[in-house]
Design a protein around this ligand. Structure first.
Ligand SMILES: [Zn+2]
Ligand SMILES: [Zn+2]
Length: 118
């Protein structure tokens, strides 16, 4: 009898833990109308648009042309170039080398908000 009680207590603990996790999970989701805080610099490889966008997987749907061409944007580290370009890469390869389409530089910097206003 004692082991059966123990089983029930353990099962109850698991259910409570799941309920707490679900409560936390849903509680941490932003409410509709909340400000979007996770904007990332994006660049479209199809229409050339550059803007801050919220996207998870890549490529994302471009707001401007409606096609799947929006990638995370990088800024060329070559001081002569400084092109902002989309990080187009094979999504199946974790660490893909991406070179600047203009000068071939493989070093890049983070895109600043000002860079998107070109
Ligand atoms: Zn586009
Ligand atoms: Zn470059």
């Amino acid at each position: 009898m004692e082991s059966r009680k123990g089983m029930i207590a353990a099962a109850t603990a698991v259910i409570l833990a799941c309920a707490a996790w679900l409560f936390y999970f849903y509680g941490s989701q932003p409410e509709p109308g909340d400000a979007i805080v996770a904007l990332k610099p994006g660049a479209c490889s199809l229409c050339g648009a550059k803007y801050a966008a919220e996207f998870g997987g890549e490529p994302a749907k471009c707001e401007r042309c409606g096609q799947l061409g929006l990638w995370y944007a990088l800024k060329c580290a070559n001081p002569e170039c400084r092109t902002v370009y989309p990080r187009v890469h094979d999504v199946n390869i974790m660490q893909a080398d991406v070179a600047c389409p203009k000068c071939g530089e493989t070093k890049f910097r983070e895109v600043q908000p000002d860079d998107l206003l070109q």
